[in-house]
Design a protein around this ligand. Sequence first.
Ligand code: FMN
Length: 385
Amino acid sequence: MSSLEKVFTPIEIKGLKIPNRIVFPPTDTNFGTADGFVTKRELNYYNQISGGGSGLTIVGASAVMENGRGFPNILNVYADRYIEGLSKLFAVIKRNGSVPAIQLSHAGRQAWMPSFEPVAPSPIPCTLKSEGQGLVMEMAKPRELSLTEIEEIEDAFAEAAVRAKKAGAEFIEFHGCHGYLIHQFLSPLSNKRTDDYGGILENRARFIVNIIMKTRESVGENFPLCCRISAEGRVEGDLTLEESKKLALMLIEAGIDVLHISSGRFENIDYISPTREIGECVNVPLAEGIKECVDVPIIVVGAIFDLKTAEKIIEEGKADMVALGRAQIADPEIVNKSKRGEFDSIVKCTVCNECGLSLYMEPGIRCVVNKNLPKISPETLRIRV
Ligand SMILES: Cc1cc2nc3c(=O)[nH]c(=O)nc-3n(C[C@H](O)[C@H](O)[C@H](O)COP(=O)(O)O)c2cc1C
């Protein structure tokens, strides 16, 4: 283990023992069925990933309501009929020695459901922008949520958490970043409400605070809850680090045990999976800033591509756990190989972002260097398990 001592030191959160500090962050695959069930292909994917050694494997954004689905073939958690497939998925992860977790999500105005009118705190459409790709895409104008609907979505998060727990998830993350519905409430750019859910930060945070409190009440005290935030929106007028520090304290007060620090939103999508031009370790200063004012474990994500860098981040006290997304998609064995000191055999992510771009294509994510990602074949083709 030698130089990776910190990375391979287990961490305990609310009595849950996580065997090492490397996280597989939520990455939607689009491998599910069109109605959100787990497929054999999804099981194969998470088997590859969790078999590679990450301590915590967070299943990608999964919908708490039908109108909150972010991509056409993501997983659903909004009805009991999804528990069976999710149980098989979490069992695969657990069998591999990784802690099974799931990210619960509502995409709000970023939903990908042509048959639904998108909803949001305010009727302001999102403009997806990537400077790197030269892309500007105007999304549909959302309808403003009523107070009753907001409360229904808060309840839906709590109910989905109970289902995920029943299915075997041992850790739940709320998708509070990247311009999804929780972030839409948090940001003055997308939240112009004049009621209790808009205006000052305490009001804009009411939605996520209520979600956390309702979930805590439903899942019990000893169950780890995490919130992923964009600690900086990377767009003028969005959350700043200083505001996120105050937000972090509110989330902890409401019942959050772990904070997962990302940045960016659809309007500056290049920061979500940072492009080569944006650079590496871009969210580490944000994680460090939040860590200075809270006492819960911090996960940092964003263009961290190897375990030696992860070790340094933890050693320097800038975060407690490190998430490697594209690096593990490129080589799911990166954690095991690093543990064995086989650094030369690691297949490196080329930061081409083909995985992210292919999310928008029906067959699911692709990787230019990992040719073993589960493909469509007669056995794996969108057959629900
Ligand atoms: C294919 C793909 C799917 C993703 N899906 C999600 C998701 O469901 N929820 C989320 O919060 N972030 C998602 N992300 C962002 C990643 O979790 C991660 O924050 C980002 O890729 C930066 O980490 P990395 O540089 O280690 O890849 C996705 C990224 C990729 C490439």
